[in-house]
Design a binder for this molecule. Structure first.
Ligand SMILES: C[S@@+](CC[C@H](N)C(=O)[O-])C[C@H]1O[C@@H](n2cnc3c(N)ncnc32)[C@H](O)[C@@H]1O
Length: 276
C-alpha cells in the first residue's frame, strides 16, 4: 500500500488529550510555576514526573514510561560512554536516558533536534533536572549534525543510539553512520515507532541479508527518502515538503543486524544489535 493510500485522515491517538499548538511552551510554564521548584531542581525524576502529569491533559510526542524503561534497561546493560539520540523534542528522553547514562558512568549524552524552539524548552528542563553538564542538545537536521560529529572526531563509533525523529530519515541516517564506519560490532540502535505508526523501509533494511543489501547497493545510492508504507502525515511532519537527505550513500551492505521487537502496553520500540 502506498503512503498516500494509507494516509486517510489518520491523526495521532491523543486519548482525548489536547494537542494544540504552543503546548510545549505551556509545559515549560507548568513546570517552572510549581510552588516547590527548589525541591524539583537537580532531580531528574521529579521533572519527568511533572512531564508525565502534564501529558495527562496534553498530547506530547515523548517516549513515555513503558518504552522508556526498555531503553533504560539497555543503558544499564551497555553503559555507553557516549549516547546519542535523534529527536529531542522537549527533552523527556534526554532527561530520562541522560540520567541513566550518567548513573552508569557515561561521559555525555548528545541529543539532536531540528526545531530550535523545542531545543530551547528542552534545555530549560535539562537545566532544571541538573543534567546541563551532561546532556548537550545540538540544533539542526540530524544528518548534518551526525556528519559533523564524525568529521570533528567527536564521535568515532556508535555505542547506543536512540532513534526517534523523522521516520523517513531513520534509514538514511543509519546508512550515513554505516558509510562513516561508525556502526561496529556491538553498536546498538533503539528505534521507536517502527511498528506504529510504522517504518517499513527501516525494518526491511535492518532485516535484509547481506546478499539482498549488496544487490540493492548495485544500483547506487537511492535519491531521496524511501517512504513506502510510512503514513503520509508522518512523511509530511517535521521536515519541509520535498526535503531530501543531505547525503546520498548506500551505507555498508556487509553489516548484519540482530533485530528484536519490544511491545510494551500496546506500543512498540525495537532495538537492533549489530553483529558483524
Ligand atoms: C517524537 S519527537 C522526539 C521525542 C523525544 N525523543 C522524547 O521522547 O521526548 C521527534 C522530534 O524529532 C525532531 N526531528 C524531526 N526531524 C528531525 C531531523 N531531521 N533532525 C533532527 N530532529 C528532527 C522533531 O522536531 C521532534 O522534536
Amino acid at each position: 500500500m502506498s503512503a498516500t493510500q494509507q494516509s486517510t485522515s489518520a491523526r495521532p491517538d491523543t486519548g482525548g488529550r489536547l494537542s494544540g499548538k504552543g503546548r510545549e511552551m505551556k509545559l515549560l510554564h507548568f513546570i517552572y510555576e510549581q510552588p516547590n521548584l527548589d525541591e524539583i531542581r537537580g532531580n531528574p525524576q521529579k521533572v519527568l514526573d511533572l512531564m508525565d502529569k502534564f501529558e495527562e491533559e496534553y498530547y506530547m510526542m515523548t517516549v513515555g514510561v513503558p518504552k522508556g524503561k526498555i531503553v533504560t534497561q539497555l543503558i544499564d546493560e551497555i553503559k555507553p560512554k557516549i549516547m546519542i539520540e535523534l529527536g529531542c523534542y522537549t527533552g523527556y528522553s534526554a532527561i530520562l536516558f541522560g540520567e541513566a547514562a550518567r548513573r552508569n558512568g557515561g561521559e555525555k549524552y548528545i541529543s539532536l533536534e531540528l526545531n530550535p524552539e523545542y531545543a530551547a524548552i528542552a534545555n530549560m528542563l535539562i537545566e532544571l533536572a541538573g543534567l546541563r553538564d551532561f546532556v548537550r542538545v545540538i540544533v539542526g537536521r540530524s544528518d548534518l549534525s551526525l556528519d559533523k560529529l564524525y568529521r570533528t572526531g567527536e564521535i568515532k563509533t556508535i555505542e547506543l543510539l536512540f532513534i526517534d525523529h523523522y521516520k523517513p530519515a531513520y534509514t538514511t541516517d543509519l546508512k550515513l553512520l554505516e558509510h562513516h564506519g561508525m556502526i561496529v560490532p556491538g553498536s546498538v540502535l533503539a528505534a521507536d515507532n517502527v511498528l506504529f505508526p510504522g517504518n517499513p523501509p527501516y525494518l526491511e533494511y535492518v532485516r535484509s541479508t547481506v546478499e539482498q543489501k549488496r544487490e540493492v547497493a548495485k544500483d547506487g545510492p537511492s535519491k531521496g527518502y524511501d517512504i513506502k508504507g510510512i503514513l503520509e502525515r508522518t512523511v509530511n511532519s517535521f521536515m519541509p515538503q520535498g526535503d531530501v537527505p543531505s547525503f546520498e550513500t548506500v551505507g555498508n551492505p556487509n553489516l548484519v543486524y540482530q533485530s528484536e521487537l519490544h511491545q510494551p502496553e500496546g506500543e512498540e520500540v525495537s532495538h537492533f544489535r549489530n553483529m558483524s
